[in-house]
Design a protein around this ligand. Structure first.
Ligand SMILES: *Cc1c(COP(=O)(O)O)cnc(C)c1O
Length: 432
């Protein structure tokens, strides 16, 4: 793990982005999400730059906003000249309210409702990433009512398992997203789209999964997609203008996880894509990629205050904190690993094996098992969970009527609250 923004100061206290996390916890309360603005900006800049070097000047980064989205994030993405993926009317609304240039928004989802389609058209969302036939027909119909021609990409299921990168396994064709290549669905959808008056097909999209650590996966995707593009161009005399190769770049959550050199991968994919274009005699389309997690994950940490510490002789030890599955449901959902530190006892040996659990009335409310913390850990200590910038705030809930934490953004010396802690009044504001 290369957490460049994490260190221990002389008092044995964890610092995040140059700030004592104990002071942050005291100042803003706990649980607290803290995010490092410079790190997010640097990631976006690096990605943007590498994309342009690997492909060409037109290449574009779309931040998959579901990883972490609020007004300040959309403003930041706008300032870094990236586009965004949005997956619901709520995300479109938030981006729009943030003043995001909506022509750079790509609307994803396997089940866009009629009202979402209308909402997106009214907010002038640039491109729909169309999942299937009924969406295409509905979109063409609604676009005709608005008398517009809507730009789309078709989401193709390339049949690649990102964790074995085996092509065309039915298991992966069996997926709720996209139109499969092997079944002919993608081609049929393309044919249909090309015949529609209110649809302008810009190209294709694929995204094979998340936490991909093997760069070969993106090369395989390019292989499959360019082969498809070649077929389509011959059959329909169609020039593909855009190809979106998805996101899913893996990030290290724990020491054992590998570190992915994204710049190096992009260079290799770039060279490969150019070879394929040459081989198939295709003009290089604009290449898009959609990193989410890899932009924000290690730019965020969560701070909690310890409550009860329960050591059960002959059984487990439990350290309870003042948050839990409401602010980070990922362990409960899919056993995600995290690195945890007792932030005010960084110089003490971590010898107590324990489960760090939340405060919800739910036995499954576990943040992590088999964590090592100092044996002295006690009430009012601060626990920091690293690498929580992605899919934590955006997945938070109000279960047990627990208010969602604040998000504080640190930028050099400055810190600002970009999302306030919810108030009790917020919990009942829609209730009659
Ligand atoms: C979620 C998602 C991404 C981003 O995935 P990460 O693992 O966060 O990089 C990209 N594209 C699509 C279509 C997605 O659904």
């Amino acid at each position: 793990m290369k957490n460049m923004n994490i260190k221990t100061n002389q008092q044995g206290i964890l610092e995040f982005s140059g700030k004592s996390v104990v002071e942050l916890a005291e100042k803003y309360g706990t649980p607290l999400y803290a995010m490092d603005e410079m790190m997010i900006r640097n990631r976006l800049k690096t990605f943007n730059q590498a994309m342009k070097e690997a492909f060409d000047e037109k290449a574009e980064v779309l931040y998959a906003s579901k990883a972490c989205d609020f007004l300040a994030m959309y403003r930041l993405i706008k300032e870094e000249n990236c586009g965004v993926d949005v997956v619901s009317d709520g995300e479109i609304f938030t981006a729009y309210k943030a003043g995001f240039p909506m022509e750079k928004a790509y609307f994803h989802g396997n089940n866009k409702t009629d009202s979402e389609i209308r909402f997106a058209i009214e907010r002038e969302v640039g491109t729909f990433v169309v999942d299937g036939e009924d969406e295409l027909e509905t979109l063409n119909q609604i676009a005709s009512e608005y008398n517009i021609v809507q730009k789309i990409l078709i989401r193709v299921t390339p049949g690649i398992d990102p964790h074995t990168y085996e092509a065309v396994s039915t298991g992966i064709v069996d997926c709720k997203f996209g139109s499969a290549l092997v079944t002919g669905a993608a081609e049929a959808l393309t044919h249909k789209a090309l015949s529609m008056d209110h649809i302008s097909l810009q190209g294709f999209h694929c995204h094979v999964g998340s936490q991909v650590f093997d760069g070969e996966v993106f090369m395989k995707c390019a292989d499959v997609m360019f082969c498809f593009i070649k077929e389509i161009s011959q059959k329909f005399n169609y020039e593909c203008l855009q190809l979106n190769l998805g996101g899913g770049y893996g990030v290290p959550y724990v020491e054992e996880d590998p570190y992915l050199d994204i710049e190096q991968i992009l260079m290799r994919v770039g060279a490969h894509v150019k070879r394929l274009c040459h081989l198939y005699d295709i003009k290089l389309p604009q290449i898009l990629m959609e990193p989410g997690r890899s932009i924000v994950a290690d730019a965020g940490i969560t701070l909690y205050r310890v409550g009860s510490v329960k050591k059960i002789p002959g059984a487990k030890n439990y350290v309870s904190v003042d948050g839990g599955m409401t602010d980070n449901p990922r362990y409960a959902l899919y056993r995600s690993k995290y690195t945890m530190r007792c932030a005010n006892r960084m110089n003490e040996e971590a010898s107590l094996r324990c489960s760090v659990v939340g405060k919800c009335c739910e036995s499954g409310d576990i943040l992590q098992e088999n964590v090592l913390l100092p044996d002295t850990v006690q009430r009012n200590d601060i626990i920091a969970v690293l690498c929580t910038g992605a899919y934590n705030y955006s997945m938070a809930s109000n279960y047990n009527r627990i208010v969602r934490p604040a998000v504080v953004m640190i930028s050099g010396q400055d810190e600002k609250v970009v999302v306030q802690r919810e108030k009790f009044e917020d919990l009942i504001k829609n209730e009659l």
